[in-house]
Write a protein that binds this ligand. Structure first.
Ligand SMILES: Cc1cc2nc3c(=O)[nH]c(=O)nc-3n(C[C@H](O)[C@H](O)[C@H](O)COP(=O)(O)OP(=O)(O)OC[C@H]3O[C@@H](n4cnc5c(N)ncnc54)[C@H](O)[C@@H]3O)c2cc1C
Length: 455
């Protein structure tokens, strides 16, 4: 039987971040993921590295400060995967806060970043309409402007895994589902199954860490762990719109009657719109946007951009994910207000569960587990190793100048970037937002030809 020091179950950003941190600290670690790496929540976020301007409302200052520090760190560490852009926050005569309060909030946001954010500004009605002429002018009073980060969420996850794999004693398996964990006093026997061939394998590990995000409450009892539900999951969907659907230069933050915020963010030659906050259906894997969710987002868009009148045929594609929120005991069960804090549980002597948080703060969250785990192997934990730049970049960039896709490039990606299926290649390695079923060819290469190159 294979042996390792740590098995991590689930390769979203938290599993990937922990994998990298442990690997850099010389721990032998195996990462096991049921689908492709980053194929669930961590590819379905709003793709923002942000402090979370709206968490200021809940006085979550520590969370905002930490997230802003991490945002500014990743902008430096991985400039090929993220960039900063301006966000406009228009205020209307029905808005919850007057302009002076937004100004205070945005000042606080800059302050909590230790003034490392590019500084915010307040814009008059005329100035904001000048910047975004398509915005509804009726009732418009003014607008705030501040800066946050945009990230390719799937690729940052992938590159953390590639970075960890450069260390010896590491292994990352996609399309392998953990089906049972036999926990003894000082080790675990983890059984995992190849999802295609159904072949089963076992690995002995001293520690197991579950970074299974929104799937945790269902998975852990299924694996036989004593576990009470801890999550208040919530579904959020996004639309990718054709770039001419709305005329906007910067990103816009829209507030809804229920106090939700909807982001409209131009990027990747398209416009990203999201998100919603609704109950999760019984099925949690590979979830899709419902018709009602799409109609809801279009309705809000068309209220704020009345001249655009965006229709369904201007949607390129949609995607959905589940927020892995941790229930706050004794507080309201309102999903929108549930804070994005995280928790680390130790359900057995030799296992950890990391739950909740935000994408932006993954490095900090996983450090909390790593700093407990690493010394258990007689190694002194070095928290600074994750401050080094990522060493293996994706061969095809998401932002900026994109090279022509050639058969040689596709073969190199398949060889070097742990691709198993066509979807892995198209969605996450090439970062394409067009629905797979509509693609007949990519830059002159037929999809059938590409399929033949797959392992
Ligand atoms: C709509 C939406 C918008 C968001 N926007 C933002 C944002 O803009 N900025 C931000 O900072 N955060 C954002 N978040 C939050 C962020 O996306 C999540 O906090 C983060 O992606 C969670 O990562 P994770 O690794 O915990 O979970 P996941 O990415 O879901 O990873 C868990 C993995 O576990 C795997 N798994 C489950 N069971 C098994 C098993 N038996 N065996 C092996 N593997 C298994 C799953 O396949 C999955 O890949 C958003 C979330 C949502 C839903």
């Amino acid at each position: 039987m294979k042996e390792t020091q740590v098995v991590i179950v689930g390769a979203g950003i938290n599993g990937a971040g922990l994998f990298r941190d442990l690997a850099l600290n010389n721990v032998k670690v195996t990462l096991i993921e049921k689908g492709d790496f980053s194929s669930q929540t961590s590819q379905s976020s709003s793709k923002m590295l942000h402090g979370g301007i709206r968490y200021l409302e809940n006085f979550d200052f520590a969370l905002v400060q930490e997230a802003l520090e991490e945002k500014n760190l990743w902008l430096k560490l991985a400039p090929h995967l993220c960039f900063e852009r301006e966000f406009y926050f228009p205020l209307y005569n029905f808005s919850k806060y007057p302009p002076f309060m937004l100004n205070i909030g945005l000042f606080l946001y800059d302050f909590l970043s230790h003034f490392k954010n590019r500084p915010h500004a307040m814009l008059s009605k005329e100035a904001i309409l000048n910047k975004i002429p398509s915005l509804k002018s009726e009732g418009l009073k003014a607008s705030g402007m501040y800066y946050d980060g945009i990230v390719d969420d799937a690729k940052l996850t992938l590159e953390c895994i590639y970075d960890g794999l450069l260390e010896s004693g590491t292994e990352a398996l996609s399309y392998h589902e953990v089906v049972s964990v036999d926990s003894q006093s000082d080790h675990h026997i983890v059984t995992y199954e190849n999802v295609f061939s159904k072949e089963r394998f076992q690995i002995k590990a001293q520690y197991v860490v579950y970074t299974t995000g929104p799937f945790t409450d269902k998975l852990l009892p299924h694996l036989g762990l004593a576990w009470k539900e801890k999550m208040l999951t919530s579904k959020g969907i996004h639309l990718w719109l054709k770039k001419d659907a709305i005329q906007i230069e910067g990103s816009v933050v829209l507030t809804t009657g229920e106090g939700r915020v909807i982001f409209v963010i131009p990027q990747r030659d398209a416009i990203l719109v999201g998100t919603t906050e609704t109950k999760v259906d019984a099925e949690m894997f590979n979830i899709k946007a419902s018709k009602e969710d799409v109609t809801y987002l279009l309705k809000i868009l068309n209220e704020y951009f009345p001249k655009a009148q965006v229709k369904e045929d201007q949607i390129i594609s949609t995607f959905a994910g589940i927020r892995p929120l941790v229930k706050e005991e004794g507080t309201s069960e309102s999903r929108g207000k549930t804070s994005r804090f995280h928790q680390i549980y130790r359900p057995t002597h030799h296992s950890y569960v990391l739950l909740g948080g935000k994408y932006t703060t993954f490095r900090k969250m996983t450090q909390e587990v790593a700093q407990e785990l690493v010394p258990r192997f007689g190694i002194s934990y070095n928290p600074n190793l994750t401050l080094n730049p990522l060493r293996q970049h994706s061969l095809y960039p998401t932002f900026g100048q994109r090279p022509k896709i050639t058969p040689e490039l596709i073969k190199a990606i398949i060889r070097g970037e742990k691709v198993t299926t066509l979807e892995d290649l198209i969605k996450r390695r090439l970062s394409m937002i067009e629905p797979m079923e509509r693609l007949e060819e990519i830059e002159g290469i037929k999809i059938e030809e590409i399929k033949k190159m797959l392992p």
